[in-house]
Design a protein around this ligand. Sequence first.
Ligand SMILES: Cc1cc2nc3c(=O)[nH]c(=O)nc-3n(C[C@H](O)[C@H](O)[C@H](O)COP(=O)(O)O)c2cc1C
Length: 361
Amino acid sequence: MPILFDPIQLGAIKASNRIIMAPMSRSRATKDHIPTPMMIEYYRQRATAGLIISEGTGISQEGMGFPYAPGIWNKEQVEAWKPITRAVHDEGGKIICQLWHMGRTVHSSFYPSPISASATTAPGHAHTYDGKKAYVQARALPVDEIPRLLNDYAKAAQNAMNSGFDGVQIHAANGYLIDEFLRDSSNFRQDEYGGSIENRLRLLIEITQRVCHEVGSDRTSVRLSPNERVQGVFDSNAKSLFIAASQALSREKINFLEVREPQIGNKDNYVEKDLTEADYHPPIFPSMRENFKGNFVINGTYNGQLAQKIVKAGQVDAVSFGRPFISNPDLVEKIKTGKPFVAHDSSIWYTQDEKGYIDFK
Ligand SMILES: Cc1cc2nc3c(=O)[nH]c(=O)nc-3n(C[C@H](O)[C@H](O)[C@H](O)COP(=O)(O)O)c2cc1C
């Protein structure tokens, strides 16, 4: 069985090891969602990861509701990403772009009429440029707008390739647009995009097919988060839903499936502070893996030892790390040598500063 430090072929992308940097929003772009020069240094410092998955990157103005997060829908954004991908490549690393549509969690101060599967409202408050504001009710995306949405994904995927990314990841996790279509707590549609599991999977699969068509299935990955209530989104039968999703994505021959599933009993989780025991089902990822033929990447509360164990046991092909990469740009080296990780500090996650961003040694 391979070990964490062995290379892995992820479709067309050869990663030099199996320690992947998970996607993490860091709010260092401009107010207009254009990447900034300090992002060059941030990603360059972390290029020893086998593969970097970029922070969530807006596919369109409609899909972007996160302060100072980057986008990839216009020319200026494409140009500003180029030196970032170049810096990672110059260090021998690989980087893909996480394509993000935030669905109902886009506050109306970012975009006047946010969309979702159904006319629902996310619980809690959005971070906006004017402080925290209660979410607004989204409008249900009409079927005749779906071709336009697919075009937005296609354009963003092409833009990512033009920016020098090695591929893309479709963000279908964490309660955003695609996840809102997947799960029955937020999808009440009566048409072919709602009701049965097959129908709720339709949007994910159509987006995947379209993006694969644009950039190649060997450069397209998908992220799912089966086992959590996140931003008010959950499913009454998550296991069946996510097994079906794994089977359907397997047929599309994507280059890898990344599954975010915090380990059972480990509540060290960044957003879902209000989770109770009832929200933790037995892990679903082993059944997903059985039903997915390609490369399988797991994420959530892993440390070096646990990651090594699960890869060696052949349970997954690689592990992605989020928070540890924030304060340990040399995470791969630290895992290799058994050096302790610098602890993470959530107060510096979303500031616009260089401090807490590019000053970790
Ligand atoms: C600051 C921060 C920003 C995040 N932003 C994203 C994001 O843009 N896209 C995404 O899919 N997940 C995002 N996540 C979730 C992480 O990718 C990861 O799933 C989570 O941190 C659990 O993994 P870990 O225990 O290794 O940190 C974010 C997490 C953190 C801490």
